[in-house]
Design a protein around this ligand. Structure first.
Ligand SMILES: Nc1ncnc2c1ncn2[C@@H]1O[C@H](COP(=O)(O)OP(=O)(O)OP(=O)(O)O)[C@@H](O)[C@H]1O
Ligand SMILES: [Mg+2]
Length: 278
């Protein structure tokens, strides 16, 4: 039966809040434990999702010597070189990697060289991911397409949001939490005005939660009573701080460690529930 896949941007205008870890964590869990077919799209020039998966699949050398030149997200944004030429999107097989070890996981690799491409203000090109998904009927192939976004306002976050049905916001409570989500709301409001944006908030997920202290409780209260929560609510499940995700020998994959596996099981279940309900 054909699928009715959903596209989700994992995004926050703040760095280091656990976007990549949550994105890969939920996707890998859905793929390898619940049999869902997943495509990751890495639009962050830091390409951390790509690094995590290349490490997981033992393909770091292939990435550096081959994929990086020929098979990354950069291909989707290539420009035409003549005025008479119509932009042509690549075929799925030109940009999507699949893996023997996990047949339910596919990836469009990120690329650090994106920083050299000047796409700013090119609104046609910021619809390329959306077009690529719809022209190739990728919603029929995948249950979920996760886009890991950079932590800054950029052409690439526009391109991700334009393509997405939902956005999911990992958030670590600190002094700047409110600002990250406020900026994100501004980006979405602007795009909604400029483009036919059809995107819904899926919720905020607290990440890297540590032992509760008086000061962090206070920051959390300030966050939860702020106006940024008028448009988006908070998951009841969360991810706790698990040191191994930072330094563990089994990489930055949540299901590889007991505590983060329990967390990701809860978050992935709530994620499925929320997608179903919205
Ligand atoms: N639950 C967790 N427990 C412990 N460490 C974590 C957890 N989640 C993420 N980390 C670590 O925190 C750091 C930042 O996480 P991550 O790269 O996922 O954030 P990010 O929001 O994607 O960052 P960026 O804005 O740079 O893209 C990484 O070193 C990661 O391994
Ligand atoms: Mg990241």
């Amino acid at each position: 039966m054909d699928k009715n896949g959903k596209v989700i941007s994992v995004i926050n205008m703040k760095g280091g809040v656990g976007k990549t870890t949550l994105c890969v964590g939920i996707g890998e869990y859905l793929a390898n434990f619940l049999g869902k077919k997943i495509l990751f799209i890495d639009v962050d020039p830091q390409f951390n999702t790509t690094q995590t998966l290349m490490d997981y699949f033992d393909l770091e050398e292939e990435y550096m010597n081959d994929f990086r030149q020929n098979k990354t997200i950069r291909k989707l944004f290539e420009s035409v070189t003549s005025i008479s030429e119509k932009p042509k999107l690549p075929n799925p097989s030109d940009v999507i990697l699949s893996f023997e070890k996990s047949p339910n996981i596919d990836l469009i690799c990120g690329n650090i060289d994106l920083i050299f491409d000047d796409n700013q203000g090119d609104s046609a090109r910021s619809r390329r991911i959306k077009k690529f998904i719809s022209e190739n009927n990728l919603r029929r192939v995948y249950d979920f397409i996760f886009i890991d976004c950079p932590p800054t306002i950029s052409f690439y976050t526009d391109a991700a949001l334009n393509a997405s049905d939902y956005y999911l916001v990992p958030n670590r409570i600190d002094r700047y939490s409110i600002l990250g989500i406020k900026l994100l709301k501004q980006v979405i409001d602007r795009l909604s005005y400029d483009e036919d944006l059809d995107i819904k908030p899926l919720g905020i997920v607290y990440t890297m939660v540590g032992k509760p202290g008086l000061k962090s409780q206070k920051l959390k209260e300030t966050f939860e009573t702020s106006a940024v929560l008028n448009d988006i609510d908070i998951f009841t499940s969360q991810t706790t701080y698990v040191n191994d995700l930072m330094v563990g020998l089994q990489g930055n994959i949540s299901s590889n460690y007991k505590k983060s596996r329990e967390d990701i099981h809860e978050v992935a279940s709530e994620f499925l529930d929320r997608v179903e309900r919205r």
